[in-house]
Structure formats: structure tokens, C-alpha cells
Write a protein that binds this ligand. Structure first.
Ligand SMILES: NC(=O)c1ccc[n+]([C@@H]2O[C@H](COP(=O)([O-])OP(=O)(O)OC[C@H]3O[C@@H](n4cnc5c(N)ncnc54)[C@H](OP(=O)(O)O)[C@@H]3O)[C@@H](O)[C@H]2O)c1
Length: 233
């Protein structure tokens, strides 16, 4: 089995220095996808799509980031574990079960999660949730993602890794705040309707990305795309 060159990967996935960013954050989005564009396997989760190369990039991208950003839908579906790295959850409704592992399984080594939400939801937030997470006001009735990213930057968390899902990714694209996409393509055909972008109307004009890295390992293709050529230094 061919091994992945960790040094080469770290170089290929290095995040630019802050003086090259066009905003207060560098927002990297990471997804794994099948050949037919599915972002979940037959069990409805992304983990069955994972390969060794995907897992390697997943962990490397985490190590290179200051904070992991995730939509509440993905947190709920994948039942995220508590993390030793900062985790920021986007939730407009705060409809989060106390039984989620991120709230039940934490120990002293884990970082308290942040939840980026609205003032309306905050007003009705249950006491248990206030005890388990830092709730951050990012808008009156809807989460303003620009404000949310500014809040992360103000906390010194400028290198943002978004782990999805499609609803959050689509909103971040519409907010024009995505700097790059790490897309891992695994050699499977799944036949699922769950795709990377959940916008039925389409983008007009289509968004153009720029390939900056491509690495193959055991049939898995690791790609890195920049959102704008001008940002690719
Ligand atoms: N293949 C992969 O790499 C990959 C990666 C990630 C996820 N996935 C899969 O994708 C699926 C989940 O994706 P999804 O699109 O349903 O969920 P998602 O994008 O993870 O989360 C959607 C939820 O996040 C909150 N949210 C997102 N954008 C928001 C905004 N602009 N303002 C306010 N709240 C916002 C809302 O939470 P509230 O409902 O709490 O308001 C919304 O319901 C799962 O099946 C997961 O396994 C696959």
C-alpha cells in the first residue's frame, strides 16, 4: 500500500499568512464526495465514504485550523464528539438535543463548544445548553454568517475549517466568504440525492473555482480549489 507523504501534504495544504487574506478569516471548506456526487453513503452519513487519504486530509485540515465550523444539521446527523480544538456550531433554532455526544462525552481535555445563533433563539435558550456551550449572538432573527465569521476572528480564530454540511456551505458561498474548497473524491458510486450544494435554483452565473492541488492515493483523488484566483498566492 502506497503511503501518503505527510510533509508533502502539509505543504500542499498550507494556509496562506494572514497578510494575504482578503478578510478577517481564511475560510476553508472540506468535503468528501463519491464519483456520482453523493456526500453521504448508503447509511446517510459521510463516514462510509471515507478512505485512508480522506481521513488523513480530514485530520490534517483540523490541525492546520484554529476552529472547526459546522452546521447544526451535520452535528446532529454525524453526532460529533467533543473536540480538543475549538468547535463552532451554526444553529438558527438552537434545536439541539442534550443527548448529543458533543454535550455528554466531554472531559477536561475538550474545548467548550461555541454556538453561533440569533438573539431570538438566545432569548429562549435552555439552561442546560447555556451550561454546556458559549452562545454567541450573530443576528436578530437569522444568523448573519459575516457577523459569525467576524466573531470567530475577534476570538483569534481566523483559520476557519468548515466541515459542512451542504446547507451551511451554500449559505457561505452566497455570503461570498469561502476562500477554498478541499474536495476528496472517492471511487464509489452511491446513488444518493445528497449533494455538495443544496440550491435547486443554481448559481447564475455558475461559480468558478481554481484547482491549486491534486493528489491521488489508492484511487482517492484529493483536490484543493481556490475560490478566487486573486487569493491564490
Ligand atoms: N461528505 C461530507 O464531507 C459531508 C460533510 C458534512 C455533512 N455531510 C452530510 O450532510 C448532511 C447534513 O447537511 P445539511 O445541509 O442538512 O446540514 P448543515 O449544513 O450541516 O446544517 C444545516 C443547519 O445548520 C444551521 N444553519 C446552516 N446555515 C445557517 C445559516 N446561514 N443561518 C442559520 N443557521 C444555519 C441550521 O440549524 P438549525 O436547524 O439548528 O437552525 C440548519 O438547519 C448529513 O447527512 C451529513 O452526514 C457530509
Amino acid at each position: 500500500m502506497a503511503t501518503l507523504d505527510q510533509g508533502a501534504l502539509a505543504e500542499a495544504y498550507a494556509i496562506p499568512e494572514p497578510d494575504q487574506w482578503t478578510g478577517p478569516t481564511w475560510l476553508r471548506v472540506n468535503f468528501v464526495m463519491s464519483l456520482d456526487g453523493a456526500i453521504v453513503g448508503p447509511e446517510g452519513l459521510s463516514r462510509s465514504l471515507g478512505t485512508e487519504a480522506d481521513r488523513t486530509v480530514f485530520h490534517l485540515a483540523r490541525r492546520l485550523s484554529d476552529v472547526v465550523l459546522v452546521g447544526a444539521g451535520t452535528l446532529r446527523a454525524e453526532d460529533y464528539r467533543p473536540s480538543t480544538r475549538p468547535l463552532a456550531i451554526v444553529s438558527g433554532r438552537l434545536d439541539l438535543a442534550p443527548t448529543l455526544r458533543v454535550f455528554t462525552d466531554h472531559g477536561p481535555e475538550h474545548v467548550r463548544p461555541m454556538i453561533l445563533t440569533t438573539s431570538t433563539a438566545l432569548a429562549g435558550a435552555p439552561d442546560w445548553l447555556r451550561a454546556e456551550a458559549d452562545l454567541v449572538d450573530c443576528g436578530a432573527d437569522s444568523v448573519n454568517l459575516l457577523v459569525a465569521l467576524d466573531r470567530l476572528a475577534e476570538c483569534g480564530l481566523g483559520r476557519v475549517l468548515c466541515e459542512g454540511g451542504p446547507a451551511l456551505f451554500t449559505d457561505l458561498l452566497e455570503a461570498d466568504r469561502v476562500d477554498e474548497l478541499l474536495l476528496t473524491i472517492v471511487p464509489q458510486l452511491v446513488g444518493s440525492p445528497e449533494h455538495l450544494v443544496n440550491r435547486t435554483g443554481g448559481f447564475t452565473p455558475p461559480l468558478r473555482l481554481h484547482l491549486s492541488e491534486v493528489i491521488e492515493h489508492e484511487g482517492t483523488v484529493l483536490t484543493r480549489y481556490r475560490a478566487r484566483e486573486s487569493r491564490a498566492r
